[in-house]
Write a protein that binds this ligand. Structure first.
Ligand SMILES: [Zn+2]
Length: 132
């Protein structure tokens, strides 16, 4: 295959974690690339797994809560963003709002387009500062 034919096969969009290109709650992208082979393999595991889950529902638990190690309990309410260093990633923000408001992810993406995600909290107020 000549290089021109190869570049025609190159994807226009690079799949990355948090690209928000699918509706999976937990996006998982695998990527392997090797310069000596001149090949890259990218896999949207999250989307493949979603199809597998339909075939094996007895092996899947979807729990409407997160596990809190400190409390040793499931907590059903999504936690407010509390990073002291970074704003909330948009893909995470979209999913949190969709879950909190019971809306479709695509609707939330449209409603939040152009808006600013939750910002870093003041030093000393984030979870990292509260210690254990
Ligand atoms: Zn996916």
């Amino acid at each position: 295959m000549d290089i021109r034919a190869a570049t025609e096969l190159l994807p226009e969009v690079r799949w990355t974690h948090g690209d928000d290109l699918c509706d999976c709650t937990f996006q998982r992208i695998g990527e392997w690339t090797n310069p000596y082979l001149g090949r890259t393999l990218r896999v949207r595991f999250c989307c493949i797994w979603k199809e597998l889950y339909k075939q094996y529902p007895e092996f899947v638990q979807e729990i409407p809560a997160y596990w809190d190690d400190n409390e040793s309990a499931f907590i059903p309410t999504p936690m407010d963003w509390d990073s002291e260093d970074a704003e909330m990633p948009k893909h995470l923000w979209h999913r949190q709002v969709a879950i909190r408001e019971g809306k479709a992810l695509e609707q939330v993406r449209q409603e939040l387009r152009g808006k600013t995600p939750p910002q870093p909290v003041a030093r000393g107020t984030g979870r990292e500062s509260k210690g254990e």
